[in-house]
Ligand binder design. Structure first.
Ligand SMILES: Cc1ncc(COP(=O)(O)O)c(C=O)c1O
Length: 399
């Protein structure tokens, strides 16, 4: 629902794109539970512990040692180089650090990418259900989102229909936005589909934004083998019209740091540099030193939480799948159970009710756009013990 317009005496109107922005349905339930200690919070996508000490200490040391001046716009060189090495190791591809720009969060990285090429009235085809901030960012940039909904499967889960995706791309399409592993669906785009989509975008000269912030959260192999979801990074040439988004938030429990990065064609470096200059003018340098420690010393931590999410995801799946009204597929990626509840008409009202009755915070499916209603999203980036307790509390309401 759009928020009320600013009342007089403000010099109305605001830009129409801003006037018509709705509130995030996730934020709406989250705010209801703010400050309440009696609720198990599983509504937002983050871990249950603070950032590991060694990362905080690296940032604190940098702060104390005077890393407090304006930084290089696209990220301190050490961090960009470490990100290039990390990418090369993880995906087995050569990566030049000039293709990497650090942003103040994955969210900001998305905003920069869209700002770079969305013109007023351009269409951005977004594969959903999807994290609602992406759609709002398209709208704020002056674009129009065209939603292509993954096909829901009767047993729960989703399946992509590539023909529908291509059919949604018309003359005004400027970009396709894909988030895989997907929030909220846990869906993973197969490499074959990525190849077809890349060929389509090359042919039609359409940008492809690939949001890969959950790339490490896949559960088909042990985390010690460092598996990732299929990534556009293994398919693209440097000059392809592709931007890959990533973030420190999820893999190292750094949601509050607001640090992410983009991988873009080398020719875009100057444009991104300017967009950063004229917005946030560079991420705080001392925080970037914390991020450097995450990359250089944080692999054991990352693997331990990915393994924990694997165990927690199995537990949540097993418990929810046993309930007759609940339909869900085993989450293959990311760290959410996105489940359908038979007979559920208003997921927002139900999520609010669950705060009071079950004292568990879930995100309503309706927050994730078309295809989301009738579902609830539960974040399983917590301990199996807490999740068991949450499921004990939820079961009576979901039966
Ligand atoms: C799909 C997706 N992309 C991007 C982000 C951005 O993460 P952050 O802004 O914390 O880096 C999120 C966060 O929840 C997400 O779910």
């Amino acid at each position: 629902m759009p928020d009320a317009k600013l009342p007089p005496p403000y010099p109305a109107p605001l830009r129409p794109e801003i006037e018509s922005l709705g509130t995030s349905g996730i934020a709406e339930v989250f705010e209801l539970g703010l400050g309440r200690k009696d609720i198990i919070p599983l509504w937002v996508g983050e871990g249950d512990q603070p950032t590991p000490d060694f990362i905080c200490e690296a940032a604190a040391a940098a702060l104390k040692s005077g890393e407090t001046f304006y930084p290089r716009k696209r990220g301190i060189p050490q961090l960009c180089e470490a990100l290039a090495r990390y990418t090369a190791e993880l995906y087995g591809v050569a990566m030049a650090s000039e293709r990497i720009s650090v942003a103040t969060s994955g969210m900001t990285a998305i905003v920069l990418a869209l700002q770079a090429f969305v013109r007023p009235g351009d269409e951005v085809v977004v594969v959903g259900p999807v994290w609602p901030n992406i759609v709002s960012a398209v709208q704020i940039a002056g674009g129009r989102n065209v939603d292509v909904i993954l096909e829901p499967l009767p047993e729960g889960g989703f399946h992509p229909d590539m023909d529908r995706l291509f059919a949604a791309c018309g003359d005004r399409t400027r970009a396709v936005f894909v988030n895989s592993p997907g929030n909220p669906s846990g869906w993973i785009m197969p490499a074959e589909d990525q190849k077809t989509l890349l060929a389509f975008c090359r042919r039609r000269r359409i940008w492809l934004i690939s949001d890969e912030v959950y790339t490490r959260f896949v559960y088909d192999r042990p985390a010690s083998e460092r598996p990732t979801a299929p990534s556009l990074l293994t398919l693209i040439e440097p000059e392809d019209p592709v931007i890959v988004i990533n973030s420190f938030s999820k893999t190292w429990f750094m949601t509050g740091w607001r640090l992410g990065w983009l991988i873009h064609p080398p020719a875009m470096a100057e444009t991104i540099d300017r967009l950063i200059e004229f917005s946030f003018s560079g991420a705080p340098p001392f925080l970037q030193h914390g991020a450097l420690a995450a990359l250089e010393q944080g692999e054991a931590f990352a693997q331990s939480i990915i393994e924990r999410c694997h165990i927690a995801g199995d537990l949540v799946h097993q418990r929810l799948a046993a309930l007759p009204r609940v339909r869900l597929a085993r989450p293959r990626g990311a760290f959410y159970a996105f489940f359908r509840v038979e007979g559920l008409g208003d997921s927002m009202a139900f999520a609010k009710e669950l705060i009071e009755t079950a004292k568990v915070g879930l995100a309503p499916g309706s927050a994730f756009g078309p295809g989301g209603e009738g579902h609830l999203r539960l974040c399983f980036a917590g301990t199996p013990e807490t999740l068991s307790e949450a499921l004990d509390r939820l079961e009576p309401a979901l039966r």
